[in-house]
Every structure is written in structure tokens, then in C-alpha cells.
Design a protein around this ligand. Sequence first.
Ligand code: HEC
Length: 208
Amino acid sequence: MGTFLKYFLTLWALGLLAVLSIAGLRGSTSRKPPIEIFPDMDRQAKLRPQTTTAFAGFADSQSSRLHVAGTVARGSAYEDNELNTGKSADGKLVEVNPLKVDAQFLQRGQMQFGIYCQPCHGALGDGKGITSKYGMGNVANLHQERLVKAPDGEFFQTISNGKSSMMGYAGQIPVSDRWAIVAYVRALQLSRLGTKDDVPADQLGNIK
Ligand code: HEC
């Protein structure tokens, strides 16, 4: 073995021993913290939750602040399940739109439908939107019998969460607008299902 290698190995073993003795096992338990080379923010002035504090800024002397009024824990149930999920608390789909449907609401729904649904489902809701020209296949026809008979809550769910190849729009469309779209989809469906009997007698003359 060459001299250099002998020295190198000795130094290396000593170095290893030094590292182990500083950073390695202590061999016994201790309540003292180990040597911290980068303590960063391990130790800092702080208050633990649910204790008291003498900090004058907190009049109630509690270390934590109370929740803002009306705070709801993530994942907990909604105050109004039917409105927010389209389902009642026991999981049944809502039959009828929980919001008041009037002309203004329908107009809002028409506008939102035009923005979010029309590109795929088409202005008539027949599934022949502009995207079908660019290869978007099997977009649902909203006039099919199953969907005409489906409860309003099912549309709300489909808009919110999506369905198979359609993505959900809960992130883009606020709850009330989703219900407005549901109302407008109903109007679209009715536009195909209506008969002459649905027209008020004094308007019959206006039909072409
Ligand atoms: C990017 C294209 C696209 C957009 C935008 C889109 N959809 Fe769809 N939608 C689809 C496709 C594709 C299907 C068929 C999903 C399947 O069955 O694979 C579908 C299915 C549906 C269905 C039928 C679900 C069922 O039960 O079979 C409804 C209702 C529906 N969409 C409503 C809407 C409404 C309302 C909007 C606007 C908020 C919307 N969609 C926006 C592509 C789209």
C-alpha cells in the first residue's frame, strides 16, 4: 500500500469517527435537543393554540382567534344542500329549480349557456356545437327523452361535476348561474315539446 493511500485511509477513518461522534447516535435518550447545524425556524417565539396570552392586542387573552362568523370547515355539509349540490341531505336529486325562475333569470341562463355550453351543445342544445366541426364527438343532445325527464338537480350535478367525457364547471360558473343555465335548458327543451295548445288564445294569430 502506498504511503499516500495509508494517510488517506487513516484521515478518512478519523473524519468518519468525528462526524459520527458529533452527528451520530448518542447512545442514550436525552431531553436536550441535538446539535442543530441549521436551526432556521425550528425555535421561535410563538403561542400554542388554546392557551392564554398576556398580549394586550387580544382582549380575551386567548392565544388563538375565533373563526370569522359563518366560517364553514372544508368538506363539511352545506347549509343549503339542495341549492349548492342539487341534492337533498339524504342524497335525492332536487326535482325543481330552487331559485325563482323569471324572465330575467332565463336571460341570465341564456347568456351563460351561450358562453359555457353552446360551443359543444349548440345554440339549440342538440349537441351540434361548433366544436363538433373540429372533432368533438358524441356531445349529448339535450332534447333526448331521458334528459327531458331528468330532475333539475341532475342537470345541476352534470354542470357542476361533469359527466364521463364532459368536464365539470363548478370552478367557473357560480351556483346561481348554474341554476339559471338549468332553467334555460328546460326552456330549450320546452321549445321543442310545446304544442299549439300551449299558446295563449290571443297570441295564436301570431304563429307563422
Ligand atoms: C367541451 C364540450 C362541452 C361543453 C362546453 C359542455 N358539455 Fe355537456 N357534454 C359534453 C359531452 C361530450 C357530453 C357527453 C358525455 C358522455 O356521455 O360521454 C355532454 C353531456 C352533457 C349532458 C348529458 C349528461 C347525461 O346525463 O348523459 C348534459 C345535461 C350536459 N352535457 C349539459 C351541459 C351544460 C348545461 C353545459 C354548460 C354549462 C355543458 N354541458 C357544457 C360536452 C360538453
